[in-house]
Design a protein around this ligand. Structure first.
Ligand code: PFF
Length: 447
C-alpha cells in the first residue's frame, strides 16, 4: 500500500483541526441558537458541555486516530480485532454526508453574498430590504443550486491537492486571518448604539427561556462546532505526527473554537439590537444583520467583501475536513486512488446538497419527519448523528478500549505526564454517556 503522507508540521495540523472546528457552526449557527435559547443560559450550558464532553471526546478521537494512523473502520478493527465496533464507521460516513449536504447550501449563500458584496450591492438598504434580499435568494432554485455546486467544485479542487499541500496550506493561511478580522468586527459592533443591550442579551443567563430542547440544542451545537462524533478528528489525527501532546492540541482546538463562537455572538448581537432586528430570527440572522453593519462602516464595501471571503474560507476548511472522512475511508478500505475517492464523494455530496438547496423552493412541500429536507439534515446531523457518535466514542474509549493505548497516547509512550487520564476516563465513562442519554430519554418522553 502507498505510504501515508500526513500533515507536514505540528502547527499546520492544529490549524487544520481548528479549521475544521471553526466554521459556519460558530459564525452562522451559534449566534442564532443562542438567540433562540435564552442567550447567556445557552452559553453556560454550551461551555459546560465543551469542558465535560467536548474536550474528552476530541481527545478520544485523537487517541483512536493517532494510535492507528487509519480511517475509523480500520482503526476500530485494529484496536478491537474480531469485534463488531467497526460497523459504527458506516454511521460516521453517513453522518459526514448529511452534514456536508446542508452545510454546502449555506456555503453557497455565502458565495452569493460575496458576489453581491463585490458588485457593491450590499449597501444602501433598509433592514427590510436586506431581509427581502435573502428571501429572494433562497426562493430561487437556480441561484441556490448554482452557488452550491460552485462551492463543491472549489471544495473538491482543494481535496485533490492532498493533505499537506491542500488542506494544511489553506487552513494555515486562513485561520489567523479569520481571527484578526473577527476581532475588528467585534470592536466595531461594540461601538454601535444599543451595544450594551446586545451584550446583556448574549451574556445574561435567562434560564426561563431555556427549555430541555434548548439544552439538547446546546449539546448538539457543541458537537457540531467541535467536529466530533462522526470521526472527522479520527481521520485528521490519523495524519498527525507522533510527538505532539494530544491533550494540549485538544484543549487548543476546543478553546479557539469556543472563542470564535462567542466572538461571533459579540459581533452580531450588539448590531442586532442596534438595528432593531429580532434576536431570535434564526438561520437568516447573519445575512440580514451584517450587511447593515458594513454600510455604516467607513470602507464598508471592502469590509463586506472581506467578511464574506473569510466566512467562505472558514466554511471551506470545515467542508474539506468533512469530505476527508469518506475519502480516506475509500482510499484505505476500497484501495482506490485519491482521485476516484474524490469523484465518488463529490457525487454523493452533490445529490444531497442539491436536495437541500431545493428544499427552500421547488421541494418546499416535501417534509421529512415534519421538517424540510434542509432542516431535517441540519437537525439530524448535530442532534442525532454527532450526539450518538459522541456517545459511542465516549463509551468505546471510556469502557472498552485497552487502557494502555490511552496512556501511551496521552503520555507519548511515557515521555509526557499524561495527567489528564483520570479526568478523561471519568468524563467518558459517566458524565458524557449519562448526560446524552438523559437528554434523549427526556425528549422522547420516557422520563
Ligand atoms: N465544526 C464545523 C463548524 O462548526 O462549522 C462543522 C463540522 C466540520 C462538523 C467537520 C463536522 C465535521 F466533521
Amino acid at each position: 500500500m502507498a505510504k501515508r503522507v500526513g500533515f507536514a508540521t505540528r502547527l499546520g495540523a492544529i490549524a487544520a483541526a481548528v479549521g475544521s472546528a471553526v466554521g459556519l457552526g460558530n459564525i452562522w449557527r451559534f449566534p442564532f441558537e443562542a438567540g433562540q435559547n435564552g442567550g447567556g443560559a445557552f452559553i453556560l450550558v454550551y461551555i459546560g458541555c465543551i469542558i465535560v464532553m467536548g474536550i474528552p471526546v476530541i481527545l478520544s478521537e485523537f487517541i483512536i486516530g493517532r494510535s492507528t494512523h487509519s480511517n475509523m473502520k480500520a482503526a476500530l478493527r485494529k484496536l478491537s480485532p474480531g469485534k463488531p465496533y467497526y460497523l459504527f464507521s458506516y454511521i460516521c460516513i453517513l453522518g459526514s454526508f448529511v452534514v456536508i449536504g446542508f452545510y454546502s447550501v449555506v456555503c453557497g449563500w455565502i458565495i452569493e453574498y460575496l458576489y453581491q458584496a463585490a458588485l457593491g450591492n450590499l449597501s444602501g438598504h433598509t433592514p427590510q430590504e436586506y431581509s427581502d434580499m435573502f428571501s429572494a435568494l433562497v426562493a430561487n432554485p437556480w441561484r441556490c443550486v448554482g452557488w452550491t455546486v460552485l462551492f463543491l467544485v472549489i471544495n473538491f479542487m482543494v481535496m485533490s491537492r492532498g493533505i499537506a499541500k491542500g488542506i494544511e496550506r489553506v487552513a494555515s493561511i486562513m485561520m489567523p486571518l479569520l481571527f484578526v478580522i473577527l476581532l475588528i468586527f467585534c470592536v466595531k459592533s461594540l461601538l454601535m448604539p444599543g451595544a450594551g443591550e446586545g451584550l446583556r442579551f448574549l451574556f445574561y443567563p435567562d434560564f426561563s427561556e431555556l427549555t430541555w430542547r434548548g439544552v439538547l440544542d446546546a449539546f448538539g451545537q457543541a458537537f457540531l462546532s467541535l467536529s466530533i462524533g462522526i470521526s472527522c478528528l479520527v481521520t485528521y489525527s490519523s495524519y498527525f505526527k507522533d510527538n505532539s501532546s494530544l491533550t494540549k492540541d485538544a484543549a487548543t482546538v476546543a478553546a479557539l473554537d469556543t472563542l470564535v463562537a462567542i466572538l461571533s455572538g459579540v459581533m452580531i448581537f450588539p448590531a442586532v439590537f442596534s438595528f432593531g432586528v429580532e434576536p431570535t430570527a434564526g438561520p437568516r440572522l447573519i445575512f440580514e444583520v451584517l450587511p447593515g453593519i458594513f454600510q455604516q462602516m467607513t470602507g464598508g464595501y471592502v469590509w463586506a467583501l472581506l467578511f464574506f471571503l473569510l466566512v467562505f474560507f472558514a466554511s471551506l476548511t470545515s467542508t474539506i475536513s468533512l469530505s476527508e472522512i469518506p475519502i480516506t475511508f475509500m482510499i484505505e478500505e476500497h484501495k482506490t486512488s485519491r482521485m476516484v475517492a474524490i469523484l465518488w464523494t463529490a457525487m454523493f455530496t452533490l445529490v444531497l446538497a442539491v436536495l437541500a438547496a431545493l428544499s427552500f423552493n421547488v421541494l418546499d412541500d416535501v417534509k421529512v419527519f415534519g421538517k424540510s429536507i434542509f432542516d431535517a439534515m441540519d437537525y439530524s446531523a448535530s442532534n442525532i448523528f454527532m450526539l450518538l457518535g459522541g456517545l459511542f466514542t465516549a463509551v468505546y474509549v471510556g469502557w472498552i478500549l485497552d487502557r494502555k493505548v490511552i496512556r501511551d497516547q496521552l503520555s507519548n509512550n511515557g515521555r509526557l505526564k499524561g495527567a489528564m487520564e483520570p479526568y478523561l476516563i471519568f468524563c467518558l465513562r459517566y458524565v458524557a454517556p449519562v448526560s446524552i442519554l438523559f437528554i434523549f430519554l427526556y425528549l422522547s418522553g420516557i422520563l
